[in-house]
Structures are given as C-alpha cells and as structure tokens.
Design a binder for this molecule. Sequence first.
Ligand code: PXG
Length: 452
Amino acid sequence: MKLEHPMGSTPAAAALSLEEWWMPFTANRAFKRAPRLLSRAEGMYYYTPEGRQVLDGTAGLWCVNAGHSRQPIVEAVQQQVATMDFAPAFNMAHPLGFQAATTIAKMAPAGMQRVFFTNSGSESADTAIKMAIAYHRARGEASRRIIIGRERGYHGVNIGGTMAGGIPGNRKHFPAMMAGVDHIRATHDLARNAFSKGQPAHGAEFADELERLVAFHDASNIAAVIVEPMAGSAGVLVPPKGYLEKLRATCDKHGILLIFDEVITGFGRLGTPFASHYFNITPDLLTCAKAINNATIPMGAVIARNEIHDAIVNGAPEGQIEFLHGYTYSAHPMACAALLATQKLYVDDGLFERARELAPYFEQALHSLKGAPHVIDIRNLGLVGGIELAPRDGAVGKRGAEVHIKCFSADKNAALVRFTGDILALSPPLIIERAQIDALVDAIRGALATID
Ligand code: PXG
C-alpha cells in the first residue's frame, strides 16, 4: 500500500500510505503525487510537518474565526470529554445543549430564538429545507414544496443542499434527485461591477427573477428561497445594493420563506454576529456551522423564527414527536462545550468589532493588487476578499491552483489561500494583525508575478 513518492513531497508525507484516505473535494491523484500537509496550528499560523510556518489566510475553511488552538476552547473541550463524552439528545438532554441554544438565540436576529443543532453546514441546509416544508404543511399548505436556489449557490453536499445549490459540477451527476427545485441567476456582473469595494452598485434587478419564477410555478407551490446573503464558495459574490431587500419583499408578498445560508457569514465574518445584522434583513430560517464553535468539533445549527417553530411544534398532537428529524450528534456535549467557550472568546476579545474595524484596512490592502498580472476583479466585504484572475486559454482554473500552491510552498512568507477555479478567496481569522494582512497580500502579489 505504500506509494512511491516523487521529488518534492514532504518527508512526513513520504512516511505515510496515502491511498486509503479518499479525500473530499480533492483532485486525489494529483494531490497524492505532491501532497501538502499541515500538522500543527496556533493563532494565525499553520505549521507543516517539517516545521514551515504558513499564514492562515482562510481561517481553515472559513471557520476558525478566533484563530487556532485557542486555550479557553482547548480547555473546555478537554474538561468536557473527561466529564461526559456523549449524551443522547432524543427524548433526553444535557444542560450544555440548552446553554448553547440560549447563547446562540441571544445573538440571533430579533424574533429568531429557536435553535436546532446539526453537525455541519450541509446538514443545516437540509434541515432548513425540511423545516420550511414542514411549516407550510403544519399550516395547511402542503402543496408548498418547491425550493428556489440561486445559480452558483453552495449549500453543502447533502441531497437538499445539492438540489438547491447552483454549482453545475456538483449537481450534474445526480439528476434524479433534482425534482422540485428551480434557480434564480447569480448576481455576478463583471462588466458593470468589477473592482467594487463593498456592495456593488449594479444588479438589484437580478432579484426580479424571483417574481418570474413565482408566476411560473405559482406561489402556492413554493416553500422557500435559499441563498447565501454573501456567496463564498463559488467565488465571493457580494450582493448588489438593494438586492437582498427585493428578495425579502418578494418572499413576503407571496408567503414564501427566506432561508439565509450563513455557514460562512455567521459569527463575525462581516463584523456583525450574522450577515442578517450587517444587511439589516431578517430571514425566516438561518443556517450556520463552522465558526459556531471555531470549527473545533463538527457542529451546525438552524435558527428559526419563533413562529415557524411554534407552527410545527404546536401543530402536532400533544405527546408526539413534532418534527421527525435529528442527528445522533445533535448538540454533542463536546461541540456544545466548544461553542460556549468560543462564543465567550468572541465577546471577551471583541472579535466581531475587530473584524469591523479592520475591514477598511483589509479592503485597501486587497485592492492594492489592482494592476497585478492576470487580476480582472477584486471584491470584498467585512473580512472576506475575492480576487478573480483571467483564466489561461484552454486551462480554466489552472492559474488559481498555481497561486494556491505557490503561496503555500514559498520558503518565506508562505500563506494559505483558497481558490475556486480562477478566483482566489481570503477569509482570515478575525485576530489577524495589519502586518499579517500586508504579508498575505504580498504573498499573493509574489505568486502572481511568477505565473504565466
Ligand atoms: N453552506 C455554505 C454557504 C457553505 O459555504 C456549506 C453550506 C456546507 O457546510 P459543510 O460543513 O457541510 O461543509 C458550506 C461549506 C471553500 C469551501 O473553499 C467552502 C465550504 C466548504 C469547504 C470549502 O469555499 N463551505
């Protein structure tokens, strides 16, 4: 089972058998020919097995908002695993689950104080979709089952999220599961909005497409619209001014629920607890995960408008399970312990305010890459940045991948940068310092100068 390792692989990787781990969302064969390993993390940095320091420009995968291996979280999890490793949450409970839900409810938008725990963003998306359908059914509108997503949307990889998602490559192999969904178009508009700072000026009218789909399917058949308030995975697509307001108004007009997928935007990424606060628009259901507990233990949640909870729960006969849904690990005690410690850390360190204060500096640093080779757009919001590169002729995505590898492999000032096709994405931990923002941007500038 031991592979032969080509030149360039790390000694630590060379000592491993790489065949057995079928890696997620990875070009497995290419990766295993030249593996990139991380073995330790602290604060703003990852360390490779051979001890190279790599600045974390992506908070892991948009999730380690408080920085890595923070002591209060480490201690909370250590203590919890020694106190009670697991407790069932079906018709049983433990105090931490309630404390965790109360903590999240306090920071959620007004009127959204009911929290259902999952273990990931994908599970949150599917849970929210089921809740939306259950809500309409409980109110006697069982025909409302269609889910409207958006092109380039990402809602994870479970069946509901795959259906509602709008990334063609993720969907194309699963056509039989795709009944009952439709999509509005993405808001990306390079011609009018390239190099916008913050919310772009043009494109509120893209939301009008929802009216077209409502007319086509009839409102009586539509359960919910699900969008990321700011799309991350598909390449940092910031909503145009006025766009989300229009979506909210159209949903209200037709009794359609609005689901905000805040898996990336939740917990300070934009300088507010949720993007809902940032945009001042309250959805009906809000999905989150990742930074909920600094990604220490897998966890996600759906936050529901109280009225949605009440319609489902009070609509069922007394003594019966009202919502037949849940996971063995919903509100896992260790995930809850990590959540409580993480949320306290966010408050104690003022990290959401810090993100808000740093955002203008981050914006300025990022936009200094305008004019660098291949850069055709730069976009930003809060501590999120997207840098779009012109694709190489006949090799879409190659430039993005090369920048990622060059930044990671650099002997000096190495950095972890995400790429989606030819779009680079930055979402550093909220503890980043100004000098580290400069280092991150310099790493990208250096990599861009060396690729063709
Ligand atoms: N919704 C959104 C908006 C997400 O960004 C999910 C759902 C799924 O979450 P889980 O926990 O099931 O993976 C996500 C995940 C990237 C990247 O590089 C983004 C995600 C995951 C991995 C990579 O942009 N987002």
